[in-house]
Design a protein around this ligand. Structure first.
Ligand SMILES: [Zn+2]
Ligand SMILES: [Zn+2]
Length: 417
């Protein structure tokens, strides 16, 4: 077998891995790189040929964002869970809108999205299927609703592609279970050199900050990613406090509706349902103004303050308010600027923000401990480190610590498995 790394090779973004078997080939993920220095997305390297099947591990654009492009010229069956498809459709349409707004060409149209949907084969966790000589199994990745790992086997050789995963339990997901031994492990490397705080500690810290800020008469603005984070943070707040007014604004409200459609993909669905019933969904300017009239919590997209309603709230917050990021802010984004320099940038203007801002790590990715748990559990002969800023260092460390051969392919590189 051969593995072509077409993206997310020594970088985070545009995940795309083409696996060539004896007579069948598969594509794992087909994403875009959303945040680049050029301020427009970057796409995977060209496909060697049309694969026989595409697996989209989850809806995040760095894994799904380029898929509709295939259907302008070609056609191929693709496999993903129902929540992945519903959420991806929201994100694809949003990407089209953003491209129009910012004035760059986008590699697909609305009609490509419609075509793509015609070739989708619904998949569920635990499912086993066959494509050509490959036998394939879909495994829960614990990263967000519907996220999956893919394990394939051909002539007795097995490969596990993790996509993005998390083993630790959160309020929404039980966490990934480590699959049986595989010969090759293609693993994300996002946080190979960082341990996340225990989730329950992060939750308690968040609640302390929220209670203190509300007590002081302020608003807590939580810029949050629409998919997964918005839902988890709302759930966490309601786990500890039934009373605080919570407002959800932006694309997260559409994703809430998708999450409510799929009870099987949420850990405590009745609890989640109750949470969403108890929060205020903001749909217009009047409701937006109401959200900042009294002490409250506002969960709003975009997660890195790159546009969306979260940015608009900044100027209307009450005195003594606080901004808390629960997700990572990429360098060069407003989230990063605010956390490091107390500033944001709108068009070409830099503006000072006089409110305190901080970051509490609620990552949906495996931290260092989870990554090593996966490697030890799967016990492969070869680890392929992808989806990280320094996967080469991770690979070197795995070889030294575990005595397992490990590589970090560059984009376009082809390795024999
Ligand atoms: Zn992801
Ligand atoms: Zn990712």
């Amino acid at each position: 077998m051969k593995l072509y790394s077409l993206g997310a090779a020594r970088e985070v973004g545009r995940s795309a891995f083409f696996l060539e078997g004896e007579s069948t080939s598969l594509l794992f993920d087909y994403g875009v790189k959303v945040f680049t220095k050029e301020e427009k997305p970057a796409y995977p390297a060209p496909l060697p040929r049309m694969p026989d099947g595409v697996f989209i591990s989850h809806a995040h654009l760095d894994h799904s964002g380029y898929l509709p492009n295939i259907f302008d010229e070609g056609k191929v069956r693709w496999y993903a869970t129902p929540p992945t498809v519903d959420i991806a459709e929201i994100l694809w349409n949003d990407s089209l809108k953003l491209a129009k707004l910012k004035g760059y060409d986008f590699p697909y149209k609305k009609s490509s999205i419609e075509k793509a949907k015609n070739y989708w084969i619904p998949s569920i966790h635990g499912q086993i299927m066959r494509i050509g000589e490959f036998s394939i199994r879909i495994i829960d990745a614990g990263h967000l609703a519907g996220a999956m790992m893919i394990r394939v086997e051909e002539n007795g050789k097995s490969i596990l592609y993790t996509g993005d995963f998390k083993i630790e339990e959160t309020e929404l997901h039980k966490g990934a279970k480590i699959p049986e031994r595989s010969h090759v492990l293609i693993i994300e490397s996002t946080y190979y050199n960082r341990e996340h705080p225990k989730r329950t500690d992060a939750e308690k810290q968040l609640m302390q900050e929220i209670w203190e800020t509300i007590e002081n008469g302020g608003n807590v603005l939580l810029p949050a990613f629409a998919v997964g984070r918005t839902q988890e943070i709302a759930r966490v707040i309601r786990k500890y406090d039934d009373e605080i007014p919570v407002y959800i604004d932006g694309m997260g409200t559409s994703v809430n509706k998708v999450y409510l459609k799929y009870p099987g993909y949420i850990k405590d669905f009745p609890g989640f349902e109750k949470t969403i019933e108890s929060v205020n969904t903001v749909a217009n300017a009047r409701e937006r103004a109401r959200a900042t009239k009294k002490p409250s919590v506002i969960i709003a997209t975009a997660g890195m303050l790159e546009g969306g309603p979260s940015l608009g709230y900044l100027k209307n917050l009450l005195p003594n308010s606080k901004i808390i990021f629960t997700g990572y802010s990429v360098e060069g984004t407003n989230g990063w600027r605010l956390l490091n320099y107390g500033k944001i940038k709108i068009d070409e203007y830099e503006l000072d923000v006089d409110l305190p801002a901080e970051y509490i790590d609620f990552s949906a990715h495996a931290g260092r401990e989870d990554l090593y748990k996966m490697i030890k559990g799967v016990n492969p002969e070869l680890v392929v480190c992808v989806h990280g800023d320094e996967p080469d260092k991770f690979a070197k460390e795995i070889e030294e610590k575990e005595g397992i051969k490990a590589v970090a392919p560059k984009i376009g590189e082809v390795i024999s498995l």
